[in-house]
Design a protein around this ligand. Structure first.
Ligand code: C6P
Length: 415
C-alpha cells in the first residue's frame, strides 16, 4: 500500500480533476476542506455549474410547448439528456427514461402507479435488510393499503445478502423485489443480475435502487433485464432536484399516470382526458429543465474519466482507508462485504458517532454520522448509527491521512 497519491495505481490526473471542483478549494474551520460525504451528495464540476448558468443566461424557456427559438433550444437540450441517460444506463429505448426529482420520487412513482394497479391482498413484496427508507416506506405505504405482505431478505454480519434465503423467499405470491444495487450505509454491492434472474423465474418484477451505484459501477438495465431502475442526479456529480426512473417500456405503457396536469395528457375534455405517450405520460407539469440539462454535463464528466478508471481509483482509496483506520484502537468497521463501492462505515463503542462528526468538522473534515436513513438495518446490526466516510474521484490519500489524524485526535479527547 502506497503512502502518496503517486503510488496508487490509477490513470487519472487527480489534481486536474480537483481543479474542476471549486468548492473543494476552501477552508472550513481554518483547515483545508476534506469532503468525505459523497454518498450524501457529490460536489459538482464546473461543467455542471456552467451548464446551469448557460441555460439561465441564454436558453431559459418552457419546453415541449413553445415554437420560438429559445423554447426549441431548451427542448432540444432537455431531450439530449434523455438520450445521454439511455446510453449511460444501457436502456433500449429513450421512452423508457422518465425524469423525476430523484431516487425517492422514482420509487414512489412505481409504488403508487404500478403498485396500486398490480398489488392485491396476500401478494408479497421482497425488500432487503439493507434498504434505504426510500425503498422501504413507499412499499410499506402501498402494502398497507393493498393488504400485501413485505418480507425481508436477510444479510450476514459482513453486510452481504443471503442469496440462498432470498431464493427460498421467492414464490408465486412474490409480485415485486425491490433491492438496492449498492448500500449507502455498508457499501455492499448486490449481485443484481442474479437477483433479477431468480425473481423473473417466479414472475416477479424487480426494482433496483441505483442511488449509490450509478456514479461508481457500470449500469446495464437492459442486459440485467431489470424492470425498474432509479437514481438521483446529485449523487452522480449532477444537480439536486433531478433524477431518473427507468422502466421497461411494456411495463410503463401498461401503468397509469402518476400525476395529472400539463404535458402528461393527450386530450382533455370537461368530462375526462386521455394520456400522452411515453415518456411524457409520467412527466406532468413544467419539469426541472435546467437541472435535467445540466445532468448531461455530469454524465459526460463521468464518461470522459471512464467508470473503470473511477472505480479502480476509488477502490484503492477504500483499501488505503482500511489500512489506515484498522489500527485505530476500538474502531470497528461496519460493512465488510467482499464487493463494495467506496463507502466505509465504522463505530467506536465508547465514542458516539455524533461527537465524532462534530470533532472532525472542527478539523475541516466532512463525514456523515447517524442511521443513514437505514434504521431497520441499524437495528439488525444492533447499533444506533455509524460514522461514514464515502469517497469520490476527487478524493486523495492525503485526505484519508487527515481523517486518520482527526480520528486519533478524537480518541485522545475521549479517553
Ligand atoms: N442517501 C445518504 O447520505 P434521494 O434523497 O431521493 O436523492 O436518494 C434517496 C436514497 C435512496 N437510496 C439510497 C441507497 C440512498 O443512498 C439514498 C440517499 C443519502 O446515504 C441521503 S440519506
Amino acid at each position: 500500500m502506497g503512502t502518496t497519491i503517486q503510488t496508487l495505481e490509477h490513470n487519472l490526473d487527480i489534481a486536474e480533476i480537483r481543479r474542476q471542483f471549486p468548492v473543494l478549494n476552501q477552508q472550513v474551520n481554518d483547515k483545508p476542506l476534506v469532503y468525505l460525504d459523497n454518498a450524501a451528495t457529490t460536489q459538482k464540476p464546473l461543467a455542471v455549474i456552467d451548464a446551469l448558468k448557460n441555460y439561465y443566461q441564454k436558453d431559459n424557456a418552457n419546453i415541449h410547448r413553445g415554437i420560438h427559438t429559445l423554447a426549441e433550444r431548451a427542448t432540444a437540450d432537455f431531450e439530449k439528456t434523455r438520450d445521454a441517460v439511455k446510453t449511460f444506463i444501457g436502456a433500449e429505448y429513450r421512452e423508457e427514461i422518465i425524469f423525476t426529482k430523484g431516487t425517492t420520487e422514482g420509487i414512489n412513482l412505481v409504488a403508487q402507479t404500478w403498485g396500486r394497479a398490480n398489488l392485491k391482498e396476500g401478494d408479497e413484496i421482497l425488500l432487503s435488510a439493507m434498504e434505504h427508507h426510500s425503498n422501504m416506506v413507499p412499499w410499506q405505504m402501498i402494502a398497507h393499503e393493498k393488504k400485501a405482505l413485505i418480507k425481508i431478505i436477510p444479510i450476514n454480519d459482513a453486510g452481504e445478502l443471503l442469496m440462498d434465503e432470498y431464493e427460498q423467499l421467492l414464490n408465486s405470491r412474490t409480485k415485486l423485489v425491490a433491492v438496492v444495487h449498492a448500500s449507502n450505509a455498508l457499501g455492499t454491492i448486490n449481485p443484481i443480475k442474479q437477483i433479477v434472474q431468480l425473481a423473473h423465474r417466479h414472475g416477479a418484477v424487480v426494482l433496483i435502487d441505483g442511488a449509490q451505484s450509478t456514479s461508481h459501477l457500470d449500469i446495464a438495465v437492459s442486459d440485467w433485464s431489470a424492470d425498474f431502475f432509479v437514481f438521483s442526479g446529485h449523487k452522480v456529480y449532477g444537480p439536486t432536484g433531478v433524477g431518473v426512473l427507468y422502466g421497461k417500456r411494456a411495463l410503463l405503457e401498461a401503468m397509469p399516470p402518476y400525476q395529472g396536469g400539463g404535458e402528461m395528457i393527450g386530450e382533455v375534455r370537461y368530462d375526462g382526458f386521455t394520456w400522452n405517450e411515453l415518456p411524457y405520460k409520467f412527466e406532468a407539469g413544467t419539469p426541472n429543465i435546467a437541472d435535467v440539462i445540466a445532468l448531461k454535463a455530469a454524465l459526460d464528466f463521468i464518461d470522459v474519466l471512464g467508470k473503470q478508471n473511477i472505480r479502480s481509483y476509488e477502490n484503492s482509496l477504500l483499501q488505503y482507508a482500511y489500512s489506515k483506520l484498522e489500527h485505530l484502537e476500538g474502531l470497528r468497521f461496519i460493512g465488510t462485504a467482499k464487493e463494495k463501492v467506496s463507502i466505509q462505515s465504522f463505530v467506536f463503542n465508547d465514542i458516539h458517532h455524533q461527537d465524532l462528526g462534530i470533532i472532525l468538522d472542527k478539523e475541516g473534515i466532512a463525514i456523515r454520522t447517524g442511521h443513514h436513513c437505514t434504521q431497520p438495518l441499524m437495528g439488525r446490526l444492533a447499533i444506533t448509527g455509524t460514522s461514514r466516510a464515502s469517497f469520490a474521484v476527487y478524493n486523495t490519500i492525503e485526505e484519508i491521512d487527515r481523517l486518520e489524524a482527526g480520528l486519533k485526535k478524537a480518541i485522545k479527547l475521549f479517553r
